[in-house]
Design a protein around this ligand. Structure first.
Ligand code: ADP
Length: 270
């Protein structure tokens, strides 16, 4: 592998047990250190694609390689090590709401401890110090001892980013991280993700609905529709009419005519 194909999808297909096709013949590579945004309508396969990378979902066909190694059959220690190196940010934050911010952020380190040590909360002084630094990075240094559910949605998402940072991840996956947030908070969360990418060279993959937001932060934008990769461009090359290709069901398949008017670029498609 080279830095240009740090993560590789080779003919990846995913069919859910009920027969729904989640992904179809996906082929592409993600260079190390890229900030990639995946756009597409609800149900287009964004979450499925993302979750094949940390094996929250298994693929049905094809192969996923990270750092040149196929990960699709990983078990036991290999799988634990894979997941330790991949931080995951969810739309609903996935914090333990009744626990302190410190405890939530420290939980990003559990992959580095034996089960009994993490169950007893026996984290090292160095990791406790790292928690403070992680929270300072996202502007929440003073919230260390607050309970997670006393924070706003945006703050909770930034705690989740601090938790992911604690993993020393090579990859951060963020699945609709701003879908529950207001526009101001959206920018702070996207900036926190961007700084993980800029400051540490972490490869960041974000699922978003909004193309303007994707253009603002991404190095590269890919688009999914009906489980297929229908779009792949560097952010700077994205044009307004490109939106048709991503967001018009059936475009290019002869089902509908291409729109002659400009698609609503501001549109946040749900
Ligand atoms: P997105 O993240 O773009 O909204 P998803 O990856 O969640 O899309 O879904 C892709 C397709 O797979 C959709 O048709 C969805 O209904 C289906 N799907 C997702 N999860 C499951 C599941 N656990 N079982 C069956 N079908 C699923």
């Amino acid at each position: 592998m080279t830095d240009n194909n740090f993560i590789e999808f080779k003919n990846v297909g995913k069919v859910y047990p009920n027969g729904t096709v989640g992904l179809e013949n996906i082929n592409f590579s993600i260079p190390k250190g890229q900030f990639l945004v995946v756009v597409g309508l609800s149900g287009s396969g964004k979450s499925t694609l993302m979750r094949t990378i940390n094996r929250m979902h298994d693929v049905s066909s094809g192969d996923v390689l990270i750092d040149g190694k196929s990960i699709i059959h990983y078990k036991g220690k290999d799988l634990r090590n894979l997941r330790r190196e991949i931080g995951m940010i969810f739309q609903n934050f996935n914090l333990v709401k009744r626990s302190s911010v410190q405890r939530n952020v420290l939980s990003g380190r559990v992959g580095y401890y034996s089960t009994w040590r993490s169950a007893l909360g026996l984290f090292s002084a160095a990791d406790k110090q790292k928690t403070v630094e992680a929270l300072q990075r996202v502007g929440l240094g003073e919230k260390l001892y607050s309970r997670a559910d006393q924070l706003s949605g945006g703050q909770q998402q930034r705690v989740a980013i601090a938790r992911a940072f604690m993993q020393d991840p090579k990859i951060v996956l963020a699945d609709e991280p701003i879908a529950s947030l207001d526009p101001l908070t959206t920018d702070s969360v996207m900036n926190d993700l961007k700084s993980l990418n800029d400051d540490f060279g972490i490869t960041v993959i974000v699922n978003l609905h909004s193309v303007p937001l994707a253009q603002k932060y991404a190095d590269r934008i890919i688009g999914l529709r009906d489980g297929k990769l229908v779009y792949d461009k560097m952010s700077a090359d994205v044009t307004e009419t490109d939106l048709d290709d991503i967001y018009q069901p059936g475009y290019g398949e002869g089902k509908i005519e291409r729109m002659t008017t400009t698609a609503p670029i501001e549109g946040v498609v749900s």
